[in-house]
Design a binder for this molecule. Structure first.
Ligand code: ATP
Length: 272
């Protein structure tokens, strides 16, 4: 379904990604694990073309992704994104936030007027039910906890009815219990709906627990590819050079700015 060959991304004279080759199967839940600055976000952003690769090719379902308008439209429709800081619009209701996942399928006048057809409202409600937030649909989103906001982020991604979800450190801002709950909702939706998920994580424990397959990235290169049982000490040292015993399996704090501004590149605060 996703085929990546020779993908490189250069920022100025810095190589953020260097010759990535990767295949992701339909319905797979793939975890990308790696330290801060390894290139995980850049990889996801090249897949949905929020970021233009310097070299290499990406194919989704056999179609090459490019920056021409038709390809971009198709990618933005098929690929949803979940962000570390949720990217919900605080003053909108939970339901309206989820409905923004439907904007790409609606006539622009209706979306501009924020008039949502019944069918879309029903889809949004079903997505909220999946993350067990149906009863909060009418609440303002800023009244929710961080974990609930991220579940809104998942529901919004599902409302897009995507083939692929790219989740960029979706639990980096959450405590361990909430993180597991959020990852469970995401994995369950992937399994039940057959959605391919690529999920960037910092946490080795969660990668082991939720990843069907794990790709370890370090210094812009893939240094490991395999099942959770393959994450041996030697492999972890390859992914996290200098990682000591005491840190193994613990949460590695993220750093760096949140780089993705909104859904499908929209600035939601401005769109609201
Ligand atoms: N727009 C940009 N301009 C210049 N350098 C960038 C840009 N975006 C990312 N980089 C650099 O590319 C490298 C990879 O960044 P990326 O955000 O992909 O890493 P990451 O593994 O997702 O890190 P983190 O886990 O901290 O989010 C970093 O060194 C980062 O500083």
């Amino acid at each position: 379904m996703i085929r990546i060959r020779g993908l490189s991304k250069r920022y100025g004279d810095f190589d953020a990604l260097q010759g990535i080759d990767l295949d992701v199967a339909p319905g797979e839940f793939l975890v990308v694990l790696g330290p801060s600055g390894a290139g995980k976000s850049t990889l996801l952003r090249c897949i949905n073309r929020l970021c233009e690769p310097s070299q290499g090719e990406i194919h989704i379902d056999g179609r090459r992704v490019s920056s021409d308008a038709g390809s971009l439209r198709s990618v933005r429709r098929q690929v949803a994104m979940i962000f570390q800081h949720y990217n919900v619009v605080p003053r909108l209701s939970v339901r309206k936030n989820v409905l923004t996942g439907r904007l790409g399928t609606m006539p622009s006048l209706l979306s501009w007027l924020q008039i949502f057809p019944r069918k879309d409202v029903d889809i949004a409600q079903e997505c909220l039910r999946r993350v067990e937030l149906a009863e909060k649909a009418e609440l303002r989103t800023d009244t929710l906890s961080g974990g609930q906001k991220q579940r809104v982020g998942i529901a919004r991604a599902l409302a897009q009815q995507p083939k692929i979800i790219l989740a960029d450190e979706p639990v980096a801002s959450l405590d361990p219990k909430t993180s597991r709950t959020v990852l469970r909702y995401l994995k369950q939706a992937s399994q039940e709906l057959g959605i391919t998920v690529i999920c960037n994580l910092h946490q080795i424990d969660y990668a082991r627990e939720f990843g069907e397959r794990i790709v370890g990235v370090s210094g812009g290169r893939i240094v490991f590819e395999g099942g959770p049982q393959g994450l041996t000490d030697e492999v972890l040292h390859r992914i996290y050079p200098g990682l000591d015993e005491g840190h193994r399996g613990q949460v590695l704090p993220p750093c760096g700015p949140e780089s993705a501004p909104g859904v499908n590149g929209l600035m939601l605060e401005e769109a609201a």
